[in-house]
Write a protein that binds this ligand. Structure first.
Ligand code: SF4
Length: 63
């Protein structure tokens, strides 16, 4: 996994995260590693997975 392939920079991340914060996290996922957001990838959304901006998985898709 490349270091920049973090949830904060992923197209699936962000449900429940204010837009301004989301923009910051897309640029720098480590800007606020305490924030939790939803992942809209079907398998994750079905279990209401919440991830931090510095989490990751192999379904990463650049936002
Ligand atoms: S869990 Fe995977 S698909 Fe979901 S936001 Fe993080 S990297 Fe993207």
């Amino acid at each position: 996994m490349a270091n920049n392939e973090r949830c904060g920079s992923c197209a699936h991340f962000g449900e429940g995260v204010p837009e301004r914060q989301l923009v910051e996290l897309r640029i720098n996922p480590a800007a606020d590693d305490a924030v939790l957001g939803g992942c809209d990838l079907a398998a994750n959304a079905s279990i209401n997975l919440r991830v931090s901006a510095i989490s990751s998985c192999d379904q990463f898709q650049a936002a």
